[in-house]
Design a protein around this ligand. Structure first.
Ligand code: ZN
Length: 130
């Protein structure tokens, strides 16, 4: 039996999904996260959906692995009905979204076919550049 060590994880993303009715709360969370964890990186609002593998409007929070035990439980306590994807970053985007995903609240069906194609194209580009 082979187990993957957690030190493969370079950091985490949380993708916070929202719609017209929940965007205001998502905005409150966004401002509060920026205030509490200035070292976390906030992605821009992605109103247009679908975008990449994400079927709903969302924004992303990126942070170092050591912030996980602070940020993730805080988001769970304050999600107020929002769905949030939490995934580690190991260098394999497909695997991180398709197989290594964790959810705060109900999960959202990601567009994994899109992601698979995207990762393949990136691999081809890298090979062509090498
Ligand atoms: Zn992500």
């Amino acid at each position: 039996m082979e187990f993957r060590p957690s030190d493969l994880i370079k950091g985490y993303h949380v993708h916070i999904y929202y719609d017209g009715g929940s965007k205001q709360w998502a905005g409150h969370l966004r401002r509060e996260v920026a205030k509490r964890w200035p070292q976390a990186e906030l992605g821009r609002w992605r109103d247009k959906a679908p975008q990449g593998p994400h079927p709903q409007s969302h924004f992303q929070i990126a942070f170092e692995a050591k912030l996980f035990p602070e940020i993730v439980p805080w988001l769970a306590l304050n999600r107020k009905g929002l769905s949030m994807l939490v995934h580690p970053n190991t260098g394999n985007g497909y695997d991180d979204h398709a197989n290594n995903d964790m959810w705060i609240g109900p999960s959202v069906q990601l567009r994994l076919d899109y992601l698979r194609k995207f990762e393949e194209e990136q691999r081809k580009k890298k090979q062509a550049a090498a």
